[in-house]
Design a protein around this ligand. Sequence first.
Ligand SMILES: [Fe+2]
Ligand SMILES: [Fe+2]
Length: 277
Amino acid sequence: MPKEKADPMLIAQLSDCHVSVPGEEFSNLYHTADRLTAAVRHVNESVNVPDLVFLTGDLVNSGLVAEYELLREIIAEFKFPTYLLAGNHDDRDNLRQVFPDHDYLPRHGHLRYVVDGWPLKLICLDTNLPGKPQGLLGPEQLKWLDAELAAETRRRVIVFLHHPPFATGLVSMDGMGLVDAKAFAEVIGRHAHIERVLCGHLHRSIQRLMAGTLVQTCPSTSHQVQLLLGEKNELATVKEPPEYLLHYWHDTDGLVTHSDYIRDYTVAWNVKDGVQD
Ligand SMILES: [Fe+2]
Ligand SMILES: [Fe+2]
């Protein structure tokens, strides 16, 4: 149930699940479906109970209907309302075809929408540029964003989009960036009430102040991109743990972000019992 303005609120952000059907090369390499299944179980069983879950793009690896059907099966286990964003690996028409009951998704055009009824206004954008790894919002969507931001006079706002609007220093990934990042930054810079811009795509946790707000990226539920800063234009993935973000909102303290590994870490020590086995 939506909460009153004074109540704390917890948002789980999972990203870049890249679900692939069993037997496919990508699935064999990363076991993406199994890892998302583990992520859903982890979030469901965590002591930190989210109010909402956002999956910030690259939901599946090849945009296939069969992949979305598998994704649908996996995320049906979530105990929390779940919202989907498109990334560069997604196919917007196949996505909406397999999720007709996710009625916040527009039936035509960009998969952009507002989630309302919460202490924060939550705006989700669609950066999918069919056939390309880069992202594009386009003038119409930027105009819509500007109007949605201007219309909100009471609450602070989170903007979700797959491609981060800044160069990260990971050269290979920056080549697959948001084409109209400058135009996006101009819109963001016009509004003082944006609490955070939350992205995926980088398969790492990265932050940057930009246009008067904090922009950050969420790691993948599956595989991470190697931290390789500088001139080297090489793309590699590493076996760093699957991870997701928890954004904790409190009216007086603002939005505080925690990262949580999707792995069964047991308690090493606590006040009550001391050292654990
Ligand atoms: Fe990705
Ligand atoms: Fe991506």
